[in-house]
Design a protein around this ligand. Structure first.
Ligand SMILES: [Zn+2]
Length: 65
């Protein structure tokens, strides 16, 4: 299965909210291997995700979650 860039972007954003299926992760990996544009998008998502994780770690201590 070959993803379009649009589908890849959708999976990347969904990957932030839910665990992707194995087949989805494989398809993503294949697309990222051949598409520089989507690798940049992936890098941005990773950056955002780690920033959000840092923020929510702070919020956790603040709200006693
Ligand atoms: Zn792409």
């Amino acid at each position: 299965m070959m993803l379009s860039c649009k589908e890849t972007a959708r999976l990347l954003s969904q990957g932030a909210d839910r665990k992707l299926a194995f087949s989805e992760r494989v398809a993503l990996r294949v697309h990222l291997a051949i598409c520089k544009g989507c690798r940049n998008v992936d890098a941005q998502f990773r950056f955002l995700r780690s920033a959000v994780q840092r923020l929510s770690a702070d919020a956790e201590s603040e709200y006693g979650k």
